[in-house]
Design a binder for this molecule. Structure first.
Ligand SMILES: *Cc1c(COP(=O)(O)O)cnc(C)c1O
Length: 322
């Protein structure tokens, strides 16, 4: 069986499909940071996207492509949070119903938001139950369509629209830093960057405790790891996807890893200096730049701030833990 591979053409079509529904998010800069690093850093603010994360792009693109019959039966998603909200909102906007399979320990804000968008929520235990199996049962019993969080061409193409916008809005970049979980955002970003700015070095950034992507790139095949423990709850995937990995392997410059302490420093920087709320996972790319994991001096740098959904109590704790 051949796996369908998304191309930049699909990103272009996704951009047209989502343009009336998604925000063209702003690109912010910090003079203080630029002076400190001797670089020009451009932050693509997907924390200000609908549902508070880039995942609305892929979710809306995927749901909008379903047939009338599929829409009638509804959609299913399994997700630690932002993909769930994306599918829930897209489903309600496009006149279909969503059932979301979410871990019991997902942030309360994400669960509440998902239910708020009108979705039915099914909880499972991350350590003992297989969410993919639960979702597959719903597909078989109720005829629903599964919208996977990253390993799905329409989702990858939708996620790629953020970097397409970034490059259109600010012109060329020397390097781009993208948070990495299962690789939907990174694969889509690579398709866009490779087509629009082929000389731009693209880096994926994941939590050190969940560096399966880094290990996979070194090994040349997908490495599966145990359930990672990190505050980057949107990047706790155990492995890259069958579709995302080949795209990443072909185009990525490298995959970097940052610690939870570095994520908290970045989160505090955004709150204090830039007045924006960025969730820990959303800080992955930025943490690599702030800590200069690769040289940035004298260069034009793009960073995807992938999301801003946090429990306020947890967020306050991160701000205080100096
Ligand atoms: C899902 C998510 C990621 C990781 O995206 P993948 O496509 O799984 O690599 C990064 N940041 C945020 C905020 C997310 O919600």
């Amino acid at each position: 069986m051949s796996i369908p591979v998304p191309t930049y053409d699909d990103v272009v079509q996704a951009a047209a499909r989502i343009s009336a529904a998604a925000h063209r998010t702003p690109v912010l800069v910090s003079r203080t940071l630029n002076a400190r690093l001797g670089a020009q850093v451009f932050f693509k603010c997907e924390n200000l996207q609908r549902i508070g994360a880039f995942k609305f792009r892929g979710g809306y693109n995927a749901v909008s492509r379903l047939s009338a019959q599929q829409r009638k039966a509804g959609v299913v998603a399994f997700s630690s949070g932002n993909h769930a909200q994306a599918v829930a909102l897209a489903a309600s906007m496009l006149g279909t119903s969503a059932t979301i399979v979410m871990p019991t320990d997902a942030p309360q804000a994400k669960k509440a938001a998902t239910v708020g968008y009108g979705a039915r929520l099914i909880s499972y235990d991350r350590l003992t139950q297989d969410r993919e199996q639960i979702a597959r049962d719903l597909v078989e019993r109720e005829g629903k369509t599964l919208i996977p969080p990253f390993d799905y061409p329409d989702v990858i193409a939708g996620q790629g629209t953020a970097v397409k916008e970034l490059l259109e809005d600010i012109g060329g970049l020397d390097a781009l830093f993208v948070p990495l979980g299962g690789g939907g955002l990174l694969a889509g970003s690579l398709l866009a960057a490779h087509a629009i700015a082929p000389d731009c070095e693209v880096y994926g950034v994941e939590p050190t405790a969940g560096n399966d992507g880094q290990q996979s790139l070194r090994k040349g095949s997908i490495v599966r790891i145990d359930q990672p423990q990190s505050i980057a709850d949107g990047a706790l995937t155990q492995a890259l996807g069958q579709i995302t990995f080949p795209i990443i392997r072909q185009h990525v410059r490298d995959i970097l890893a940052v610690s939870d302490a570095q994520l908290i420093d970045a989160l505090r920087f955004f709150a204090e200096r830039m007045k924006i709320v960025v969730e820990p996972t959303g800080c992955l790319g930025a943490a690599a730049v702030l800590n200069e994991l690769v040289p940035v001096k004298g260069r034009r740098i793009g960073v995807v701030l992938s999301g801003g959904n946090v429990d306020l109590a947890g967020y306050a704790g991160f701000l205080q833990s100096a």
